[in-house]
Design a protein around this ligand. Sequence first.
Ligand code: ADP
Length: 263
Amino acid sequence: MSSALFEKIEMPGVKNIIVVASGKGGVGKSTVAANLAVSLTRQGLTTALVDADLYGPSIPMMFGVQNQKPSGIVTDGKEKILPVEKFGVKLLSIGFYMPAGQSLIWRGPMASNGLTQLFRDTEWGEIDYMIVDFPPGTGDIQLTTIQKLNLTGAIIVTTPQEIALSDARKAAAMFTKPDLNVPILGVVENMSWFTPVSHPDEKYFIFGKGGGEKLAREFNTPLLGQIPLVLEIGDVSDRGTTIYNQPDKEVIKAFDNISNAIY
Ligand code: ADP
């Protein structure tokens, strides 16, 4: 196999690259990636968010920029992509290049090449933290992308129940494979509990309890946060504003704690 296949993607102005990964879709990986990026920006850091989720790119919708297209610029004779900017975060998504309402049917090598181009052919400027919303799962596309990026570390998102955990465990194990050796910065447990408005002091553990902590212990990494199931999170995501524009201060604090823990 040619070594060029695993050549590192050079992004000289990007200081840290953190992948947000999960074993399967629908656990809140994009929600965590988006709010982590906004939280880091609010702490005064320059931040980029790359939506590499080939199977369900949702970042454009979460930021309300699904009708925008990144523009181009010519630098040193090369044509480069200029990311879309929203809430101070430089955004790039595979979704900007997909026809509305359609899914991508790229096969493995084509998908890996598409992702590589997204990172390499963009004019990022100076970035303290690049957050990557990674495709769920542990296939070839994920492996190749990990090999090509100079990763600072990975954050694993899971919901608390055992079935989600077994998939999240596989994702975490992929990063710790000896030939990849990417540090796991921590685990975020999402949809940890639900508190009804009528019973503000109650926590209902709808999807079980303790899963995030168990996974963190197994991989000797911190549990960075537990995000409750909050109806507004889905609501603001659909309306194109991140959770920072919703009233649940506890949730905002949880994301700020996560960003504080990683920089
Ligand atoms: P993934 O990236 O893992 O596929 P998403 O972040 O797209 O998952 O989340 C899936 C759906 O669940 C979205 O509609 C999102 O708004 C919603 N969601 C995620 N986390 C929460 C939460 N803590 N409370 C309520 N809804 C949530």
